[in-house]
Design a protein around this ligand. Structure first.
Ligand SMILES: [Zn+2]
Length: 233
């Protein structure tokens, strides 16, 4: 089987998405990339998670041409491909319609960093994309979804903010691997839920101070990181 290890990792990451409670039915998909081979492995379209096997994971090139299996890939594949092409350090992408993250996407509001849980993972608010134009929606919708995410990150670092809310749609997250992308998707949902509760308790809640935000982010990320054990991150 072509890219067996990557397909098994992508299968496991898709199942983890279900275990973390961030997908309902088949509304979610995870992919992983082999940068060396220039190939992407992604969940097939519409297959129930409980029936998914590594053989069914679809392998395509970066232009979306299927190179293995006869199933159709997730319809969101073109979004994943745009992200892999634009963000060179990422190794996995996860898309969900998780409840709170999707609510913030529907409210078209970036998620402010209200606390250290958020700051540990996202160096800044979780951004929301602008609305897509009619032409973008009517032409290559899924590719255009990737393009609007990339435009949103024109002045942001995707390695420091591993997720986004697509306006009126839902979150897309990424990470060093498929499993890492799923981890970030579950964290984004938790952070979104905390933010919902925070503004319910205090509609005028202030974001975390910049020094505390930076402290939490940089103790886990970058050259000065000291949280956890060497090699954890
Ligand atoms: Zn979606």
């Amino acid at each position: 089987m072509l890219l067996q290890a990557l397909r098994e990792e992508v299968l496991e990451a898709n199942l983890e998405l279900v275990r973390r409670g961030v997908v309902v039915f088949t509304f979610g998909n995870v992919s992983g990339i082999s940068r060396k081979d220039g190939l992407v492995a992604i969940k097939p379209s519409g297959v129930p998670y409980e029936e998914l096997t590594a053989e069914q994971i679809v392998v395509t090139d970066l232009d979306g041409r299927i190179v293995d299996t006869n199933l159709r890939p997730s319809s969101d594949l073109p979004t994943h491909l745009e992200l892999y092409k634009a963000f060179p350090n990422i190794g996995g992408v996860a898309h969900t319609h998780s409840e709170h993250g999707t609510a913030w996407a529907q409210a078209r509001r970036p998620i402010p960093c209200f606390g250290t849980t958020h700051a540990d993972y996202f160096h800044g608010p979780v951004p929301v994309t602008p609305d897509m134009t009619a032409e973008e929606i009517e032409s290559e919708y899924e590719k255009a979804t990737g393009e609007v995410i990339i435009r949103t990150f024109r002045d942001l670092d995707p390695d420091a903010i591993p997720g986004v809310l697509v306006s009126g749609h839902a979150p897309f997250c990424w990470g060093k691997s498929a499993g890492d992308a799923v981890h970030n998707a579950a964290i984004l949902e938790y952070v979104a839920r905390l933010a919902t509760h925070t503004i319910a308790l205090d509609a005028n809640a202030e974001p975390l101070s910049r020094p505390q935000h930076d402290k939490h982010f940089f103790r886990k990320h970058g050259p000065g990181a000291y949280y956890g054990q060497p090699g954890d991150l």
